[in-house]
Design a protein around this ligand. Sequence first.
Ligand SMILES: NC(=O)c1ccc[n+]([C@@H]2O[C@H](COP(=O)([O-])OP(=O)(O)OC[C@H]3O[C@@H](n4cnc5c(N)ncnc54)[C@H](OP(=O)(O)O)[C@@H]3O)[C@@H](O)[C@H]2O)c1
Length: 287
Amino acid sequence: MSHPALTYTLGDRQVARLGYGAMQLAGPGVFGPPKDEARALQVLRDAVAAGVNHIDTSDFYGPHITNQLIKKALHPYADDLVIVTKVGARRNDKGGWLPAFTPEALTQAVEDNLRNLGLDVMEVVNLRSMLDVHGPKEGSLEPQVEAMIKLKERGLVRHIGLSNVTAKQVADAQAMTPIACVQNLYNLANRQDEALLDQLAAQGIPYVPFFPLGGFSPLQSDQLSEVANELNATPLQVALAWLLQRSPNILLIPGTSSPEHLKQNLASSEVKLTPEIVQRLNTIGQR
Ligand SMILES: NC(=O)c1ccc[n+]([C@@H]2O[C@H](COP(=O)([O-])OP(=O)(O)OC[C@H]3O[C@@H](n4cnc5c(N)ncnc54)[C@H](OP(=O)(O)O)[C@@H]3O)[C@@H](O)[C@H]2O)c1
């Protein structure tokens, strides 16, 4: 199998398919400051130095703290760096995740992101559905998409994306405005979005899986470990390589708070999977 191209168009920017997800930089439970701020700043600087030009974040990580770390580490930003944020949620004082889904709250959230990141305009903002915090749920997102369109008209947002959404919600939103990307849960073991992923690929729209490594408890499987041993790679490198090979419109945003893990994750582009190995790995998600 030929190795997939390692860049793809996001909005009107060309980004490396191996990006970085900043959520792990805040304190435990994505709440409060990191235990080791210097290490968090190093991860961000190492990522950009290694060629990462797509960083996924949100002002509700921390809250505010993750964006402030990104600004501290990387501002003034390189011209080619695309920072993508998401709006739709807020945190309570115990770290709980609550909807902040009114047009006013979405507007406030975009303004908070801009201020904490030190930007005048966000390249891409994902509207994160909070109809159900745990997963996509059918229902109208029309008032929220309208609010995003207004923010675009005000010049605060260049491209609108969607997160935690169903295929119908994507199609309904596309009838209102261009959608630049979709960010949903997807990885080797969670493949409910296969049809949506292929549909977006046909439209040239990036699909950005969140929890590409399995999230807070990374993927573990005997089959994955077996393949990793054969390839002299780590299981999580194989999981990322599988995503890279699954479809050219997949953009990866693996999250880590560790410079060492970052290095391993970025090296996953060197892991080549034969069709036979892909077939073996595919059985993990079919169980
Ligand atoms: N739209 C949404 O609703 C939504 C939801 C969740 C996440 N996201 C986005 O998606 C991004 C990725 O998700 P995520 O960070 O939660 O999950 P993830 O990328 O699937 O996995 C992160 C976990 O894997 C560990 N890890 C990373 N690299 C590793 C390696 N090489 N070896 C061993 N362990 C490793 C991390 O711990 P260490 O820190 O110890 O490396 C962390 O526990 C987030 O940063 C966020 O931007 C979006």
